[in-house]
Design a binder for this molecule. Structure first.
Ligand code: AMP
Length: 212
């Protein structure tokens, strides 16, 4: 199964995608996580992307599209995947359409992970991330077992640079302007389904599994 997860930053796409990936044996491809890895490793791509990611702006299309094209041609995706954080613009959606047509691997569904705006801001400003394994926590609904420590790899948790308040506001504006139009785009292609993620990721997963 090949899926896209759409939704505002803080809607819980990453957490839900990780749950579904584990449940169905899919590969979870988060373009934000790949970029953070590249930045940590100090690669050329990481250096080019760093300022955009830190300030919550979209990385230029040519950079992100070639990164995605490379990732989708790796050999580990025959069992299916979830794209989390891509596409984020109509231009990216068109690029993806062409790429998937060339690879002869059409999309199955696009999942809109839906959460009311006030909850999104609360979640983003209480999110902690593991810089080592990428696990995501939330002090409101999903705190780590031990304060400030990752349950999985025991590293110290951090607040992502782009989860600081002024950057959060900018990321939400970028979402409204660039990414929201994709909801209509995929609805017209009859690929869209919607899952409410305001209660808990486990409930959202159950709801999603019932729709897939
Ligand atoms: P995320 O982890 O999905 O919130 O992504 C973090 C940051 O990575 C974003 O704010 C952008 O700077 C960059 N990024 C991730 N995916 C994309 C994309 N598809 N297009 C452009 N920039 C992206």
């Amino acid at each position: 199964m090949r899926l896209i997860f759409l939704g505002a930053p803080g809607a819980g796409k990453g957490t839900l995608a990780a749950l579904l990936a584990a449940h169905d044996g899919l590969v979870h491809i988060s373009t934000g996580a790949i970029l953070r890895e590249e930045i940590k490793a100090g690669s050329d791509l990481g250096k080019e992307a760093n300022d955009y990611v830190k300030t919550g702006q979209l990385v230029p299309e040519s950079l992100i599209n070639s990164m995605l094209e490379k990732r989708l041609q790796q050999g580990d995706l025959t069992g299916g995947y979830i794209l989390d954080g891509y596409p984020r613009t109509l231009e990216q959606a068109h690029f993806l359409d062409q790429l998937l047509a060339k690879l002869e691997t059409p999309l199955d569904r696009v999942v809109l992970v839906d959460v009311p705006q006030d909850l999104i801001i609360k979640r983003l400003s209480s999110r902690l991330t593991c810089p080592n394994c990428g696990a995501i926590y939330n002090l409101l609904q999903q705190p780590p077992q031990k304060e400030g420590i990752c349950d999985h790899c025991k590293s110290g948790l951090i607040v992502r640079e782009d989860d600081k308040e002024e950057v959060i506001r900018h990321r939400l504006e970028v979402y409204e302007e660039n990414t929201k139009p994709l909801i209509d785009y995929y609805a017209k292609k009859q690929l869209l389904l919607k899952v409410d993620n305001s209660a808990s990721p486990q409930l959202a997963l159950d709801n999603l599994l019932a729709q897939l």
